[in-house]
Design a protein around this ligand. Structure first.
Ligand code: F6R
Ligand code: MG
Ligand code: MG
Length: 366
């Protein structure tokens, strides 16, 4: 049976600053899917990562189906009402348009979807980040699929030796979807030069070349490209199929042990390590650090098993400490040089406006 898994997430309000949706808000998302998703969905789960609520849904409608996107849009619209009633911070923050127009892409919420023929056992990982942008997934998607230091299957499993096909999006292009398809291992260095610039080129999806099966999808929306101004970071989600013709779950998790530096954190304008956290983790120090959660599941006939919290294990305590140490090292230098994002990525206009004003006072010495 062909199944579609859709992940749609948004920040529509949170408690105590940009920290976590309220219980009531999450309940409202659940109630909405329960009541209005009955005909449409096979199954669903609601998760939260930092201040974002996330809908994980299974159905047979295919990707980009307006009924599924409308269901999600309305769930977040209803949840916004709850957020306003409760006086939550940033109520409706990610709903950038007033009227739904068929697809949540370009309207604020982040989304990624994949359609596939279910294998007899179909393990999946749902990754969700807060306080960073979709480029945060470039590094783990590059290394988890294409680098034998992490994906030992590239050397040990014959199916995987033929490599993977990546679709990469130029997220600065706003007229439409500007994408390039590259294969590893042949185009490994071409891919490296694009993915090293994660605010411009973003992994959108990965396929197994052995079978042509979709392996991973990532939400690629850039809110500041949609709204043309600061509206918060995009806090991306990704879905990865694992095992057999794909990397194992552990191989896909392996690159997160780097706690690599990403753009985001406080005011979306700093460089911080990405800390792998437990489900429902909140945001704290300096509105950060940027966090990622990972929920492992199996799906069978469209029904999800319970999830396993993949970063809730003693190994990751060590990585969380490492991420905290890396955070302190870069925070020590505050806003100087590499600690603050580039001018294009600054999410607030203060620095830009100040420089404009100062620019007029510069004089060329005779
Ligand atoms: C970053 C983020 C926060 C806010 C900060 C100020 O993505 O959400 O760091 O930028 O808390 O928030 P406002 O401007 O809403 O007062
Ligand atoms: Mg927020
Ligand atoms: Mg968020």
């Amino acid at each position: 049976m062909k199944i579609t898994v859709s992940v749609i997430k948004a920040d529509v309000g949170s408690v105590g600053g940009h920290n976590r949706p309220s219980e009531k808000l999450l309940q409202s998302l659940k109630d909405h899917l329960k009541e209005h998703g009955q005909r449409l969905l096979k199954d669903y789960k609601i998760t939260s990562t930092g201040d974002d609520g996330c809908l994980l849904m299974s159905h047979t409608k295919g990707v980009d189906h307006p009924d599924i996107h409308r269901l999600a849009w309305q769930a977040f619209t209803e949840a916004t009402k709850v957020a306003k009633e409760q006086g939550l911070y940033g109520a409706g923050q990610d709903l950038l348009k007033d009227a739904f127009s068929g697809n949540v892409r370009g309207m604020g919420p982040g989304s990624c979807e994949m359609e596939f023929e279910e294998r007899p056992s179909e393990p999946l990982v749902l990754f969700a980040c807060d306080k960073t942008d979709p480029g945060a997934f470039n590094y783990p998607m590059f290394r988890g699929f294409a680098d034998p230091f992490h994906n030992a299957g590239l050397l040990l499993a014959p199916d995987m030796a033929v490599g993977f096909e990546y679709t990469i999006m130029d997220v600065n292009y706003t007229e439409g979807d500007r994408v390039i398809v590259l294969n590893v291992p042949e185009n490994y260095y071409d891919m490296a030069v694009l993915l090293r610039d994660p605010e411009h080129y973003v992994v959108e999806s990965v396929k197994a070349r052995s079978t042509g099966d979709v392996a991973a999808v990532v939400s690629t929306s850039r809110l500041h490209n949609i709204a043309g101004k600061y509206t918060g970071k995009d806090d991306p989600v990704a879905l990865v199929r694992t095992q057999k013709q794909f990397p194992s779950t552990g191989e896909i998790l392996s690159p997160y042990a780097t706690a690599h530096f990403v753009v985001g954190d406080n005011r979306g304008s700093h460089i911080v390590p990405l800390m792998p956290c437990k489900q429902g983790a909140i945001i704290s120090f300096f509105d950060g650090p940027a966090i990622v959660t990972a929920l492992g599941l199996c799906i069978h006939n469209g029904i999800f098993t319970e999830g396993v919290d993949l970063f809730d294990q003693p190994f990751w305590d060590h990585i969380r400490n490492k991420a905290a140490e890396k955070t302190m090292h870069i925070r020590d230098q505050g806003f100087f040089g590499a600690a603050m994002a580039t001018m294009e990525e600054l999410e607030y206009t203060g620095v830009v406006e100040r420089i404009k004003a100062l620019d007029k006072k510069f004089k060329i010495r005779k």
